[in-house]
Design a protein around this ligand. Structure first.
Ligand code: ZN
Length: 87
């Protein structure tokens, strides 16, 4: 029996069924010459009431570390970084 997957509007609709997670398109937050490579995307497990998460893939000197944080924490980080660099 095929499970029908309901995708959030922001989902890129690739491999959701096999990974049991929805993912947005990746946003590259770094460019040539930046110290760190940073890619960001939205992610949500394909289970009822799963929270939406922000997934950060940070690459430093060839090693990539993945961080998952709740959407609220990502908003707090956004505000904190904005305040920090504006000071
Ligand atoms: Zn999906």
């Amino acid at each position: 029996m095929i499970k029908l997957v309901s995708h959030p509007e922001w989902c890129r609709r690739v491999d959701c069924g096999s990974t049991a997670a929805h993912r947005s398109a990746t946003i590259r937050v770094s460019g040539p010459g930046d110290l760190l490579g940073i890619d960001a995307m939205l992610m949500q497990l394909d289970v009822p009431s799963a929270p939406r998460l922000v997934r950060l893939e940070v690459t430093d000197d060839g090693a990539t570390t993945t961080y998952l944080m709740p959407e609220d924490q990502a908003r707090s980080l956004h505000r904190a970084l904005g305040d920090l660099v504006a000071s």
